[in-house]
Design a protein around this ligand. Structure first.
Ligand code: CA
Length: 506
């Protein structure tokens, strides 16, 4: 097994590096548009092109047929916030404190001045936009005050335009923010929010059960003991802002409309769009036109809605005649959620395909994701790529595609994917480090995948027994080989220690 450092500077990589320089020069001549479509809690087994037997995803399958489908694409965490942090900054989230699952009033996690995919593209003269779920905190200081323009967020880290859901669909506030201000804000009806205790006197599941929609009186909702908004229980408490409340079952339509509008406005210059949809995160309230379309219940119907979103974006690019030189990435922030195991049994449809575990867990089902890149001008249609790649690689890839140098300090864990996009036999990284979202999880806090080996470890907990899996022979992680391969455990542990000590893996 090559050492990380040997790999990073090995002669075997000189060719790709030379190729990259040529590519960077070519990119400067005709820089591609970049559209990143990030799903939410979508599993490795949810799309037809990844083996879903029940849910039809014709638009995503067509995207894969026209581009490259990765079989070892990773989110770097099994929960929302840390994966999104890494995607935007090129830095593993565990390197920064406070990158757990954020509330709706947490301050901005990515500090102004941090290099991001948006700031790098902007430096290259791109129009930059984000539409959809943010969940990375807002405002220089918490708690976030939604009654005034927010002073730190997407627009201060490189995005020219933002239209966002502040946290998640199941967290308050249930309002959109456009360029850091609440859409349809009414000063006569101020927004009051609390997390922890209901200090704002909001109606809840307990006080007003009659307000809860019958369709959302399921076990998933019972863990959301906060405000009832639009008949759906949330995390956190909210009053006011009634004119600004979003309609849950039109969120997908709204985000697609916003995304298409951004693309149309900027079609004549290079642009970068980060479209973070809310599908298929709770509360799973798809538009009624998708209900019953998957044959696998509301979650599957919401996958159908996500597929529609992807189709609307690709259709827009085609209609505008800019499809050929637009790089489109479709993936998700973490795997399918384990609360749907009953539905898995009922419908015979595994969210995470053959993989073990779910969202939050450190197993492959939590972190290995559908990962599709289409770029007709450069990427061979219908290709399949087995190299290890990760969403944290977006930063270096955007930098290379737009011909922008990355400073030594920028994106310390981000590798440029262009070499492997041109030639699927070329590796770009020999390992990836992932984290599980909840530190108290009985399994492990971090995992490292290198070649066929995967080590789950909890270095902070001396009582924890390491788990080692051979993913080539055992993709479902059923047989722990740590006892029979102590030398691999030691080597991977050393990788992890070195990655932590040096503050970088790039
Ligand atoms: Ca998620």
């Amino acid at each position: 097994m090559p050492r990380i450092r040997d790999f990073a500077f090995s002669p075997a990589l000189m060719k790709p590096i030379a190729l990259l320089l040529v590519l960077a020069a070519a990119a400067l001549a005709e820089p591609p548009n970049v559209v990143i479509i990030l799903g939410d809690d979508i599993g490795y087994g949810d799309f037809g092109c990844y083996g879903s037997a029940k849910i039809e995803t014709p638009n995503i399958d067509a995207l894969a047929a026209g581009g490259m489908r990765f079989t070892n694409g990773y989110a770097t965490a099994s929960t929302c916030t840390p994966t999104r942090y890494a995607l935007l900054t090129g830095k593993y989230a565990w390197r920064q404190k406070g990158t757990g699952i954020l509330s709706g009033i947490a301050p901005a996690l990515i500090r102004d001045g941090t290099p991001t995919i948006a700031s790098v593209a902007k430096q290259a003269g791109y129009a930059t936009g984000v539409v959809g779920k943010w969940h990375l905190g807002l405002g220089r200081e918490g708690p976030t005050d939604y009654n005034r323009r927010i002073d730190s967020g997407p627009n201060t880290i490189g995005f020219d335009h933002s239209f966002i859901i502040p946290a998640t669909g199941d967290r308050v506030p249930c309002v959109y923010l456009e360029n850091h201000a609440v859409v349809n804000y009414d000063p006569a009806d101020p927004i009051r929010i609390s997390y922890g205790k209901n200090t704002v006197g909001a109606p809840t599941w307990e006080t007003h059960p009659q307000l809860v929609r019958p369709s959302h009186r399921d076990p998933v909702q019972e863990i959301r003991a906060g405000s009832v908004v639009n008949g759906i229980c949330r995390i956190g408490f909210m009053t006011g802002g009634n004119a600004a409340l979003w309609q849950d079952d039109s969120i997908a339509d709204t985000l697609v409309w916003q995304a298409r509008s951004f693309i149309r406005t900027n079609k004549d210059k290079p642009f970068l769009l980060y479209l973070a949809t809310h599908d298929v995160h709770a509360p799973i309230a798809p538009n009624p036109r998708f209900l019953g379309t998957s044959g696998t219940g509301r979650r599957g119907d919401t996958i159908r809605q996500f597929d529609w979103c992807v189709g609307e974006i690709t259709r827009t690019l085609r209609d505008l005649g800019i499809e050929n030189n637009t790089l489109v990435l479709v993936s998700s922030d973490n795997g399918g959620c384990g609360v749907y195991q009953e539905q898995e049994r009922q419908y015979g449809q595994k969210l995470n395909g053959p993989l073990r575990g779910y969202k939050v867990t450190p197993y492959e089902g939590g972190v290995r994701e559908p990962f599709i890149i289409r770029w007709p001008a450069k990427v061979k249609p219908g290709s399949v790529n087995h190299q290890i790649v990760a969403l944290v690689d977006c930063l270096a890839t955007v930098a290379a595609a737009t011909g922008q140098p990355l400073s030594e300090a920028a994106g310390p864990d981000s590798f440029n994917l262009l070499p492997t996009l041109l030639d699927p036999t070329k590796p770009v990284r020999d390992h990836v480090i992932t984290q599980s979202g909840v530190a108290s999880h009985p399994a492990c806090a971090r995992a490292i995948r290198s070649g066929k080996w995967k080590l789950l470890t909890q270095q902070e907990n001396p009582k924890h027994k390491p788990e080692l899996y051979d993913l080539d022979a055992d993709v479902a992680e059923t047989t722990n080989l740590a006892g029979s391969h102590p030398e691999i455990v030691a080597e991977l542990n050393e990788y992890l220690a070195e990655a932590t000590r040096t503050g970088r893996t790039r």
